[in-house]
Design a binder for this molecule. Structure first.
Ligand code: ZN
Length: 224
C-alpha cells in the first residue's frame, strides 16, 4: 500500500523544506507537480508539448494532463512505497480526479497533511525576502536573516531587491486564491477522514517532529 500523502499549505509554509526532511526520514519521493511540469515543458516531452500549447494560449493546463503526469510518475520504482504529492490537488475537483487515478492504480491516499500558517505570518515571511540582483540564489530576509549592510549582498556586494512575487499586494492576492480553492479541498479530505493539521507557525524543527511522528503512526496503522 505505502504512504500515499498529499501535502498542502499556503505559500511560505515551508513545504519544500519539510518535504526534503521527510524524504530523508522515510524515503518518500517529493513529487512537486509545478517543477515536474516545467521540466516536461523544457524537455519537450509529448506531455510537455501538450501542456505548452495551453500555457502559450494563456490557459490553465487541464487537470487530466496533470493527473496523467502524476500517474506516470507514480509508476516509477521509487514511488512504489509511497509519495509526497505537493502542488496538486489544489481544488476539490482535482482531488476527485486524483482519487480516481489512484483507484485505477489500486492505491489510495493515506492522509492529507495541511500545514497551517496565518495570512499575517505568510505576509511577514514572504514580504521580508530580498534577493541579490546578480545571483538570485543569494536570498535574505529583513527580519529573519538580514544582510550585514542593509540592501547589500554579503557575498558579492550587489544590490538586494524585493521580487514582484514577494510584494505584499501580490502575496495577498495569492492568499485569496489559495483560500478560495483550498477550503473546499480541506473539507473534502476532512469528510474522508484523511486530514491531518500541523501548526506551521512553530519552528521548522517542531513542524518536522510533528510530521514525522504522524507519518510514523500512520505507517504502523497501515501495517496492522
Ligand atoms: Zn549576491
Amino acid at each position: 500500500m505505502g504512504m500515499n500523502l498529499v501535502f498542502m499549505g499556503p505559500p511560505g509554509a515551508g513545504k519544500g523544506t519539510q518535504a526534503e526532511r521527510l524524504h530523508e526520514d522515510f524515503g518518500l519521493p517529493h513529487i512537486a507537480t509545478g517543477n515536474m511540469l516545467r521540466r516536461e515543458v523544457a524537455e519537450e516531452s509529448e506531455l510537455g508539448k501538450q501542456a505548452r500549447r495551453y500555457m502559450d494560449a494563456g490557459e490553465l493546463v487541464p487537470d487530466e494532463l496533470i493527473v496523467e503526469m502524476i500517474t506516470r510518475r507514480l509508476g516509477d520504482g521509487d514511488a512504489g512505497d509511497g509519495f509526497l504529492l505537493d502542488g496538486f490537488p489544489r481544488t476539490a475537483q482535482q482531488a476527485a480526479a486524483l482519487d480516481e487515478a489512484l483507484e485505477r492504480l489500486e492505491r489510495r491516499l493515506t492522509a492529507a497533511l495541511l500545514i497551517e500558517v496565518s495570512d499575517e505570518e505568510v505576509v511577514r515571511r514572504l514580504s521580508g525576502r530580498r534577493v541579490c540582483v546578480k545571483n538570485p540564489s543569494h536570498i535574505y530576509h529583513v527580519e529573519l536573516d538580514p544582510p550585514k549592510h542593509e540592501g547589500v549582498c554579503d557575498q558579492d556586494g550587489s544590490r538586494l531587491v524585493q521580487r514582484e512575487d514577494d510584494r505584499e499586494a501580490t502575496i495577498r492576492r495569492r492568499l485569496e486564491v489559495y483560500h478560495a480553492q483550498t477550503e473546499p479541498l480541506v473539507a473534502h479530505y476532512d469528510a474522508a477522514g484523511l486530514l491531518r493539521r500541523f501548526d506551521g507557525e512553530r519552528s521548522p524543527e517542531e513542524v518536522h517532529t510533528h510530521l514525522r511522528a504522524t507519518i510514523a503512526t500512520l505507517r504502523l496503522e497501515e501495517d496492522l
